[in-house]
Design a protein around this ligand. Sequence first.
Ligand SMILES: [Zn+2]
Length: 80
Amino acid sequence: MARMLCKCGHTLSTVATPNDIELHVYTDREMDAIIAMDTMDPLDIPDPEREVWRCPQCERVYVFKGNKVVKTYVLESDDE
Ligand SMILES: [Zn+2]
């Protein structure tokens, strides 16, 4: 995935690097394994298991499996 339209209408793109769309999400256990690798080369760090994007406009979070969105998280309203 490099570009998609958010449900709010905002175009999300990770074509430019760095960008403010893609988040690198690791579990604490995965982070521990990365630290244990004791590497200074960022290219040695494995990609996260899932690609995660956040829309800067509505703050929806999309979780990908391969090129497909498998989960969408949307902010709850606290106005009640
Ligand atoms: Zn959005």
